[in-house]
Write a protein that binds this ligand. Structure first.
Ligand SMILES: [Zn+2]
Length: 251
């Protein structure tokens, strides 16, 4: 199968779907509608972003079963050609899956004792200062993520709460190293800004999970039933977080 570029026209709100691989893991992909493509085809970028190119007149249902049929091919190529996202203290790229934005990072030596960041055009993050310090670099990337996430996460949670009738007393966006979110007995939500590095569907599941805790302060069967009411496919998102969750220890 060819990994080719057609005249790609992305849909406005990128939505992630999941293909089930032979090892029972789930892998996210997107649908890309193309007026120039003649056939259904798959595209896998070197960073591991998977898309199915959908020509005009082909039903999306067909595209989804096509992806599933190609699961062996996908699995093989993910293993072979996709370098695992390098989670290091000093990454070259930040893949903000939720926003469908890939940020390159450039480091510049500067004043010792501190670092600062600035956003350059074309999703380039410039970090200047004592860049030899993993600790400072990690901290500044965390701040960048927090600034990107704060207003956005608060707005989506507010919308979800209104839509489903949840009540919470406040939201704090922070960078916990061990959890994606939490909800206090006073119905205050803590949400991890590193969710920006996860696909949107997964992020929305986490938000619903924490909102459900405003009604059920535990992980009982009743709680999971509540979650399932709003996110029927929540199990695959939990699985995804388990498999790709190691990034939570950084930034
Ligand atoms: Zn929970």
């Amino acid at each position: 199968m060819q990994l080719s570029m057609h005249g790609l026209v992305s849909i406005t709100m990128p939505k992630h779907y999941f293909v089930r691989l032979a090892n029972a893991s789930q892998y996210p992909y997107q649908l890309i509608h193309s007026s120039r493509a003649k056939h259904l085809s798959l595209k896998l970028t070197s960073s591991g972003a998977l898309s199915v190119i959908l020509p005009q007149g082909i039903q999306t249902l067909l595209a989804h079963s096509f992806v599933q049929e190609q699961s062996a091919w996908i699995e093989k190529h993910i293993r072979q050609s996709v370098t695992k996202p390098s989670i290091t203290a000093r990454p070259d790229v930040l893949d903000l899956k939720m926003l469908n934005e890939k940020w390159s990072i450039e480091y510049k030596e500067g004043v010792q004792g501190s670092v600062e960041y600035s956003e350059l055009p074309n999703h380039c993050l410039s970090i200047t200062g004592e860049i030899q310090s993993d600790k400072l670099v990690n901290k500044i990337i965390g701040l960048f993520l927090k600034n990107k996430a704060s207003a956005l996460f608060s707005q989506i949670i507010s919308e979800l709460a209104t839509q489903h009738g949840f009540q919470y007393s406040g939201i704090t966006i922070r960078g916990q190293k061990g959890r994606w979110g939490s909800c206090s007995s006073r119905k205050k939500l803590n949400i991890n800004y590193k969710l920006l590095l996860m696909p949107e569907a997964v992020v929305r599941y986490v938000f619903i999970h924490e909102l459900c805790h405003t009604r059920e302060m535990n992980h009982s069967a009743k709680f999971w039933q509540l979650v399932e009411n709003y996110v029927p496919e929540y199990r695959q998102y939990r699985e995804y977080l388990k498999e790709h969750g190691e990034i939570i220890r950084y930034f």
